[in-house]
Design a protein around this ligand. Structure first.
Ligand SMILES: [Zn+2]
Length: 262
């Protein structure tokens, strides 16, 4: 009897030790997720996807090369989806979309969603908000949609979304405590604006403008599966990229979505 009692105690003790060990490991993981030091960005390896929309490459890549703490590979459509495949995507902390395809193959949809289920962060930049007209799930991923065609809102038909270049936008930081907007005050930027777009109520607003030709929000966060998502509709050309606020916003967005990979 004594021996059985002793064995039972030993089993219980080991189980308790295992529970404590698991708890400690969990706390450790949480702690390492929050290890981003004050004012210091964690090193991020980013997959930049382009294609389907032209842009002035030289100044864009000049801006990308200067982003603090970020290294990146460029994948261009139609081959870009290969990088989303299991076995490849794990090499990246975050995916930065600066592409604008209207269609996506079925297999790529699965890889895209699987990537978000793995917790790979996603930043959707400017015209990448206008991608995938015929893939409704993209709306749920990025937190809204640029509609190239008439669309329905509360049973009423809405006209297609619009764009207008070279506007001087007064941008208001609506959540200055968020890691993506930290250290950024209200600013002015010369940029293209998208109007009449759909923005889901589930987004967390970061940047707003009262420019009539623009949607009320030009930046927000969203979540999809296990991934953090940031959508910034700013960033048409070098007038925006060379604004000192822009690279700060972009690097903080990448840093936030790419941190604490789940
Ligand atoms: Zn544009």
């Amino acid at each position: 009897m004594e021996r059985e009692k002793a064995l039972e105690l030993l089993r219980k003790y080991n189980i308790e030790r295992l529970i404590i060990l698991f708890l400690c490991c969990g706390m450790g993981l949480l702690a390492s997720c929050g290890q981003q030091k004050e004012g210091q960005l964690k090193e991020m390896n980013v997959l930049l996807i382009v294609g389907g929309h032209g842009f002035d490459e030289e100044p864009f890549y000049a801006m990308m090369d200067k982003l603090p703490g970020i290294t990146y590979d460029v994948a261009e459509h139609p081959d870009a989806y290969q990088y989303l495949k299991p076995g490849k995507i794990e090499g990246y902390d975050a995916v930065l979309l600066y592409d604008m395809p209207s269609e996506i193959p079925e297999e790529a949809k699965k890889d895209f969603i699987a990537m978000l289920e793995k917790g790979t962060g996603l930043v959707v930049l400017h015209h990448a908000f206008c991608s995938y007209d015929f893939w409704p799930e993209y709306t749920k991923i990025v937190g809204g949609r640029y509609h190239h065609f008439p669309w329905q809102k509360n049973g009423e038909e809405q006209p297609p979304s619009t764009y207008k270049h070279d506007l001087v936008l007064d941008v208001k930081v609506v959540d200055s405590k968020h890691p993506v907007t930290k250290g950024i005050s209200d600013f002015q930027i010369v940029d293209e604006a998208y109007g009449g777009t759909e923005i889901l109520e589930s987004v967390h607003p970061l940047l707003a403008t009262d420019e009539p030709a623009s949607a009320p929000l030009v930046g927000w966060t969203h979540h999809y599966a296990n991934a953090k998502v940031v959508t910034l509709t700013l960033g048409h050309d070098k007038q925006a990229w060379e604004n000192p606020v822009f690279p700060q916003l972009l690097s903080q967005a990448v840093s936030w979505v790419g941190d604490c990979k789940r």
